[in-house]
Structures are given as C-alpha cells and as structure tokens.
Design a protein around this ligand. Structure first.
Ligand code: ATP
Length: 372
C-alpha cells in the first residue's frame, strides 16, 4: 500500500498514512464505517506508535490522517487531539481521580459544549449501556479494575467519537472480567457507525471484535485482510503463532455449538452467557488447542461429542512432540501428539485419521465479521 488519497468525499472511512522517522515506521491503514480493524504484531513492532500518531498525541510531519473528507493531519493541517473525534482507550483506565464516575462520563459531552440536559442524558445513556449506572456517585478510587475499565469505556464513548482506538483494552483484567468486557465491547461495536482500531495480542479479541486485520512487523504492515482469511493463511510468524490455535468459525446453533460452512459441527463450552454469545449475524467461533486434539485410526469408543474425519497433510516436529496438520472438510486442524503416537498410527501425509476433542476443551464465543 502506498499514499492514501485524502480528499475524496465519497470515502467516508478512516484513513491514515503514517510516516515516522524515530522509530522508523511506515504504515497505511483504512477502516470502513462501522468496521473494526485489529492491528496485531510482536512487541516493539510499532503498534502503539501508530495509535499515538493517529490520535494526534504524537506529531510527525509526513503523516496524513483523515475521516472521510475531514483532514485531521496533512495539507498543512494539524487538528489537536481533543478536536479530532478520535478517542484512545488504553489498557489502564485513566479516570480523573477527583471526579465521580458520573462526572468522568459527563466530561467529554461538557467539553463539547452540550447543554446541561444533553450532558446528563448522554452520560446516563452510556452509564446504563456499560452497566455502571449504580456506581455513578462513586469516586474512581472505590472501583475494581473491571468497573474502572467499564467507566472508561463509557467516558470514551460518551464523546461519540468517529474513531475509537483501543490499545490492549482488556490486557490488565482477570480472565473472567476480560471475557465480560469483550462481550460488552462486541455489542457496543456492533451498534456503532464509527470506526474502531484495536491493538491486541489476543486471538480471542481479534476473532470477537475485528472485521479485518493488519499484521505489523518490524514497523511495516506485512499482511492485511479479512480476519478469517488472515488467520487461515497467516503470512508472518506472529500471525501464524496467533493462529496456532484451532479455530472454526460458523453459525451459532445452540449455546456452545458452532456449525461451520463446510458442515463441521463443534460442540464446546460457551465462554459467555447465553444472551450475549452470538456475534454479528449469529456468527460464533470455536477455539481449541492442538494439545487437546487426540488422533485415532477409527472412530473412538464412547463416541466423544466432537470427532471428525481428516487426512494428514504434514507432520511437523515441535521438540519432544509432533504437530500433525490435518485437512478436515475445508478446515485445517492441528493435533499435537507424542512421537510414540506418530509411530503407532504410522502418521504421514495422506494417512486417513479420526480427530477427537472433548467439548470441555473447546471455548465458544461470538465472532465479529462475516465469512471470507
Ligand atoms: N519516542 C521514541 N523514540 C525512539 N524509539 C521509540 C520511541 N517510541 C517507541 N520507540 C521504539 O519504537 C519501537 C516500536 O514501539 P511501540 O511501542 O510502538 O511498539 P508496540 O508494537 O506497541 O510494542 P508492544 O506490543 O510491546 O506495546 C520500539 O522498538 C520502541 O522502543
């Protein structure tokens, strides 16, 4: 990707063409209205630098940033961060410690010059939307980490930004709280007409929230495309590691069951409550580790709830074990097994096998995006 045209009024999405000398960073991104782009990549790849430039917190002379025909940076224009309608939400909730929860959420609408009544209404709407209305009179020091992050989401969204930037928003939270927040965020994003850029290291964040992915490595974008395509055909070591988890995306049939387009049915454990676990258009993802996959010659006894016929494509050494990559329908499923099993089953490319996974080893959660 090279220079991004910044003046076409037909293009209503968010576009940034980032050029930074120190650190040396070149990255062009585009996000369509209503979409979420995940930026993934190893530590030090340049993700946070990218967000700081598009939010206007860091000024680099050659970068260009626009939302539709509104230029935020470029053509001798530099819009200050608080006037961009771009909000950055970080890992750590940064609430104003001297203001109550309600006042924190009212801050943005008040700064935008809304009437007192509109400020109250808008803050109340967001306090309700993120489930913290009952905490409105508390001070930030009296909140748990998860509550504080909910309030900071309400505070960010109460400004109704055109562009929401999320920098590892759940990384500092306990696993259960992170899961609740992810589910909340997915619902908020599904209703948003604005654009979202999400920086994350977490596969579940990517699959739950992102329509598209840009993989950044060594300060360059090395792959970009729809989430499921990039994860199915990762072109960088980082994306491949992230995609190392077996992932089957399809329609949610009932709580914990995903039916993929090629007919593979996966029964798992719903990671979220029944009311919230399906994503856009009823899409859901089932994820399980290659270590949870057992390989047999024939249908195993006791008929486990997940068993699929497949053909071995590759046997890859991973130290004291082997990763057996198999093709099942349109999917690739990896199984990590001992070398003794490789020998006993005589596994090599072309061997027909039956794979099985316990439902308790499979996490099912709502997925963003549509099939690619
Ligand atoms: N102001 C600066 N001056 C010089 N180098 C910087 C500056 N800011 C960041 N860097 C360097 O630029 C590189 C990219 O940093 P950045 O924080 O953007 O990476 P990241 O992808 O967000 O990493 P992480 O996943 O660890 O947060 C790193 O090597 C970092 O040390």
């Amino acid at each position: 990707m090279t220079g991004v045209a910044m003046t076409s009024p037909e293009q209503q999405g968010f576009r940034a063409s980032v050029r930074c000398a120190v650190p040396d960073l070149v990255a062009d991104i585009e996000v369509a209205p209503g979409d979420t782009l995940a930026i993934i990549g190893p530590n030090g790849a340049g993700k946070s630098t990218l967000l700081s430039i598009v939010s206007g917190l860091r000024r680099t002379p050659d970068s260009r940033v626009a939302v539709g025909s509104r230029i935020l940076q470029g053509n001798n224009i530099f819009v200050e961060p608080h006037r961009r309608s771009v909000v950055l939400l970080e890992q750590k909730a940064r609430l104003f410690g001297h203001l109550s929860v309600r006042r924190n959420v009212e801050f943005g609408p008040a700064a935008a010059g809304l009437s007192r009544k509109d400020i109250r209404n808008r803050a109340q709407r967001w306090l309700d939307a993120v489930g913290v209305a009952d905490l409105a009179d508390r001070m930030p020091s009296g909140l748990s980490g998860g509550q504080a992050q909910r309030v900071s989401i309400a505070r960010a969204l109460a400004t109704e930004p055109e562009v929401l930037l999320l920098d590892e928003p759940f990384a500092a939270l306990d696993v259960d709280v992170a899961q609740q927040m992810r589910s909340l965020m997915r619902h908020l994003l599904a209703d948003r007409a604005g654009m979202t850029v999400l920086v994350t290291h977490d596969l579940i964040d990517v699959v739950s929230l992102a329509d598209r992915i840009a993989v950044i490595d060594d300060a360059r974008i090395v792959q970009a495309g729809p989430t499921t395509s990039v994860l199915a055909r990762p072109e960088s070591a980082f994306a491949a590691t992230l995609a190392g988890t077996n992932l089957i995306v399809g329609q949610l049939r009932d709580a914990g069951t995903v039916l993929a387009d090629d007919g593979i049915r996966v029964v798992g454990t719903a990671a979220e409550s029944a009311a919230t676990h399906s994503g856009k258009a009823g899409r859901a993802a089932a994820a399980f580790s290659p270590r949870a996959v057992a390989v047999y010659f024939q249908q195993p006894q006791g008929s486990p709830r997940n068993s699929w016929r497949g053909v071995v494509e590759e046997v890859i050494p991973t130290g004291d074990r082997a990763l057996v990559r198999t093709r099942c329908g349109a999917h690739r499923i990896g199984a990590e097994v001992t070398w003794a099993s490789v020998g006993d089953l005589d596994l090599s490319p072309g061997t027909e096998v039956v794979l099985s996974v316990k439902a308790t080893e499979v996490s099912v959660y709502g997925a963003a995006g549509s099939p690619s």
